[in-house]
Design a protein around this ligand. Sequence first.
Ligand code: AMP
Length: 280
Amino acid sequence: MIIAKTISEVRTIRWENPNLSWGLVPTMGYLHEGHLSLARHARKNNDRVAATIFVNPTQFSPDEDLSTYPRALEQDLALLARENVDLVFVPADNEIYPPDFQTEVHLKQVTQPLEGSSRPTHFLGVATVVAKLFNIIQPTRAYFGQKDAQQTVVLKQMVRDLNFNLELVVCPTVREPDGLAMSSRNKYLSVAERKAAVVLNRALTAGETAVSQGERSGDTVRQIMRDIINAEPLARLDYISAADPLTLVELGQIKTGVLLSTAVFFRTTRLIDNLLIERI
Ligand code: AMP
């Protein structure tokens, strides 16, 4: 496994043999089974696999956890080596954002609701850094987790709008045995909060059950999920949503598919989760 710190090293390795397909797995590190599942999907369907580890400062707002975001580079590299990843790009901040950097990738509607309403500059940072990683590595396929549902919608839109020549693959959310979606931020939770955090999946599953039993009112489904989260004393609801999976607009009536999603605070730790019902 080659560890590259510069864009020029990555480009040299990427183009040694232009006939090989490359799968890209972008991450912020502190890897868990969710990340590794993306690497495994990439390994199955590509000649070469590249992962990136970069805690992207531009997707954090000044009041968020950039400085405390968990890092474990040596452990991450060992995990990626075990998955037979070929190349890991670990750039310094100034390799990605040199002092004269001035271009941003701004998407309109799909970045506004949900995460966008709570974190207004988040997707500006995400889209910009992912566009750069796409241009640096020029992968055949790029792998993202359903865990960050809005991110997949935003990035698919960006791929279409900017004509990136790659296939964006969305992989299922990997969960702990009790249903909590794996996340690097789960590390911030106290023992009591960790127990309580299962409420996200419980609420989403209750919403899914209601829909599968014939409930078609978006308001009713949102209320079912909201009540479950509000009943958990350690949880503070940020948003609850039953939205169109493509436009992310809140649904009045559920007619075809629905994306159920939520963001919940446990003290200062903010967790997100979702369930996608593609067809009812
Ligand atoms: P992050 O390091 O949090 O930026 O995540 C890097 C990639 O891993 C993103 O595409 C995430 O959606 C994906 N990911 C994070 N957690 C999970 C999970 N529990 N299951 C599947 N994919 C995940």
